[in-house]
Design a protein around this ligand. Structure first.
Ligand code: ZN
Length: 106
């Protein structure tokens, strides 16, 4: 989770007004992808990391993300659906987003 927090710090200030989110994907205790929230309209942290593991084979992926993945489609697709699509379970979430609606610019 500390690595995910470090990624989230890279998001500022370009991500604003979206929240600075960091994401790390591990496979067998090794970081295989990491990402952070890009400028509005570009990748969220989860999508940034997921792009790095496309077309690669892993045995057991686990995701650490600093904020609950969005589940709505705004300017970008919902991260929750993208995560489910690659069957990464379980995801470790640092903070639950109680405003997981369109209060942030996507
Ligand atoms: Zn998202």
């Amino acid at each position: 989770m500390l690595a995910a927090l470090a990624q989230s710090r890279k998001a500022l200030p370009e991500c604003l007004p979206n929240p600075p989110v960091g994401c790390v994907i591990i496979d067998a205790q090794e970081i295989v992808a990491q990402g952070y929230t890009q400028a509005p309209g570009k990748h969220h942290a989860e999508a940034d990391a997921l792009n790095q593991i496309q077309a690669k084979a892993f045995s057991f992926l686990k995701m650490y993300v600093t904020l609950e993945p969005c589940f709505f489609h705004g300017r970008t697709p919902a991260c929750a659906l993208a995560i489910a699509g690659v069957a990464i379970l379980p995801s470790i979430i640092l903070t639950v987003n109680v405003t997981n609606i369109t209060t942030f610019s996507q």
